[in-house]
Write a protein that binds this ligand. Structure first.
Ligand SMILES: Cc1cc2nc3c(=O)[nH]c(=O)nc-3n(C[C@H](O)[C@H](O)[C@H](O)COP(=O)(O)OP(=O)(O)OC[C@H]3O[C@@H](n4cnc5c(N)ncnc54)[C@H](O)[C@@H]3O)c2cc1C
Length: 503
């Protein structure tokens, strides 16, 4: 396993529990600390996103409950909490009775480092697993068969980068090369994987790639509730999309929480938010963030920026044949989605368990079946992310103005008369209007749409589920038809000019 992030650890967990011997090679020197809180101090430059808010969706939570319930319990023991979406039903719902399936609408509130720490501890407890940190892989070792046979990977080479706490790292001076044989090499090196280069080095064509940059910058800051203070009421908004800024408050474990902004990469006026003063001045203006910052909490980090975010998918089968055997990519190294949608870790764990279930195949069958699994289970959400990004971008052009204008997500929706008739408008525009003025209000009033939206958001249905369910469509269209009779939605933050002036 090359890489000991969520995908590497998840695959190791599933594979080792199925009886396989697993060695994890992780570049970051991250000795295992005694507590999850100390893991928050890890130097994770290989996965800088650990410094950002993470949503752990119901799909991931339910997968753990079903496949690794002890890990789920360990997360709760480490201070993570359950976010049961049907415990605090919006007071505006017309019917608030429990329904079958509500128990699955539950996500995990947890810092990313806590999640990794618990997962790593569970993996280390399995016989036959070795975790070597401070070890960077820099290429593959290949075996060549007949001249036109598929290249088969039989190991990796690399070097020790710094002293971790593992036997190998301790025994290997920094910079010293090593080689390791393996029946299967799994690339779990995340979004910045270098494996296409490793493949060309052994004579394999680079995998085909679909890359759609997300064109946003993430800014996150973590806080902790002060002793004697509690979190605000759970029924309020948790974020908003103001057009010029998307933001959310994420509950973490152990009384922590974080606030994250997403700004446009080329919006220079928003760069003030990268400084602590600008960040705090911005957060103080945002309806969903204000209750958390009324003196009940204190910051525990600075502001972490992260750019270079993307949707990217790599294809390891060409013309019905694997481009390589003995090597697969899992998690972000294979499919990476815009973090705004909070799907990466859930998809990484689905991918990880899916791979582990196929390990008894022959090398060729494994490559083909895993590609098929990726296409079936992961690719639809990749395509959905690309589509959502495209729609958000179209919405921003022309630039919005006014309080809460032009939301593309779950923020305030300005009410208005909308198009006079379907024939007068671009069908795409109509769809966006129905989303804003039909779906989003219906989420707050219809128990059917509320649950369908949450199932979709949490990857518990298919990406097109909201568009294909007759009951949902009927409720949304009714809500759209009634749009003129509704009072305007309250804005979740000021208009852009007011916001910038207050910075
Ligand atoms: C800003 C941001 C916010 C996000 N928010 C969410 C969210 O809310 N919810 C969610 O589910 N997902 C979120 N994601 C996505 C999520 O973080 C990723 O999907 C997830 O980390 C993928 O896990 P991975 O194991 O594939 O990669 P990573 O977690 O990046 O792990 C890769 C590991 O490989 C190691 N490595 C790299 N190269 C080498 C090498 N040559 N040799 C050895 N080791 C190496 C790295 O050090 C790292 O530990 C977010 C991502 C970003 C960028």
């Amino acid at each position: 396993m090359v890489g000991g992030g969520v995908a590497g650890l998840g695959t190791a967990l599933a594979a080792a529990r199925a009886g396989h011997r697993v060695t994890i090679l992780e570049r970051d020197a991250t000795p295992m600390p005694a507590s999850a809180d100390l893991a928050f101090e890890w130097d994770r430059r290989g996965a800088p996103q650990v410094r950002h808010s993470h949503a752990f969706l119901a799909r991931l939570r339910n997968l753990l409950v079903e496949r690794a319930p002890d890990v789920y319990d360990a997360l709760l023991d480490a201070g993570a909490t359950e976010l049961r979406f049907t415990d605090d039903l919006p007071p505006t719902l017309t019917d608030r009775e429990p329904r079958p399936g509500d128990e699955r609408l539950c996500a995990i509130a947890c810092r990313r480092t806590t999640f990794e720490w618990v997962l790593r501890r569970a993996v280390l407890a399995i016989a036959g697993v070795e975790f070597r940190d401070g070890v960077a892989v820099d290429g593959l070792i290949a075996e060549r068969g007949r001249s036109n046979a598929i290249v088969n990977v039989v190991g990796v080479h690399g070097r020790a980068v710094s002293g971790g706490d593992s036997a190998t790292a301790a025994a290997t001076e920094t910079g010293r090369p090593f080689e390791m044989a393996a029946d299967l090499v799994v690339d779990a090196t995340g979004p910045r994987t270098a494996s296409p280069g490793w493949l060309t080095d052994i004579g394999v064509d680079e995998p085909a790639e679909l890359l759609v940059p997300s064109e946003i910058i993430y800014l996150s800051r973590f806080y902790r509730l002060r002793d004697g203070f509690e979190a605000p009421e759970a029924s309020g908004p948790i974020g908003g999309d103001l057009g010029y800024l998307k933001y959310a408050v994420f509950v973490g474990d152990s009384r922590t929480f974080s606030i994250t902004f997403a700004i446009d990469t080329d919006d220079r006026a928003m760069r003030a938010l990268t400084e602590v003063e600008g960040f705090e001045a911005a957060a103080a203006q945002l309806v969903a963030a204000q209750p958390w910052l009324d003196g009940r909490s204190e910051p525990i980090t600075g502001v972490h920026p992260m750019a270079g975010l993307r949707n990217r998918r790599r294809y390891f089968v060409r013309d019905g044949e694997p481009i390589v055997t003995g090597f697969v990519a899992v998690g972000d190294a294979s499919v990476c989605t815009n973090p705004l949608y909070g799907r990466g870790c859930s998809l990484a764990l689905v991918h990880a368990f899916g791979l582990a279930d196929l390990l008894d195949r022959t090398p060729r069958a494994l490559a083909l079946d895993f590609a098929e699994f990726t296409e079936r289970e992961i690719d639809p959400w990749f395509r959905a992310a690309v589509q959502q990004d495209r729609e958000a971008r179209e919405l921003l052009d022309p630039a919005p103005s006014g309080p809460g204008a032009a939301p593309s997500g779950s923020g305030a929706a300005p009410s208005g008369s909308g198009p006079a008739a379907a024939g007068d408008v671009d069908p795409k525009q109509l769809l966006r209007d129905v989303f804003r003025e039909g779906l989003l209000p219906a989420v707050r009033t219809s128990p059917i749409v509320y649950r369908a939206f949450l199932r979709w958001f949490n990857l518990e249905s298919t990406p097109d589920a909201l568009m294909t369910d007759g009951e949902v469509i009927a409720a949304v269209m009714q809500s759209y038809a009634e749009r003129g009779a509704r009072p305007p939605e309250p804005a979740l933050g000021p208009g852009r000019a007011e916001f910038l002036a207050a910075l």
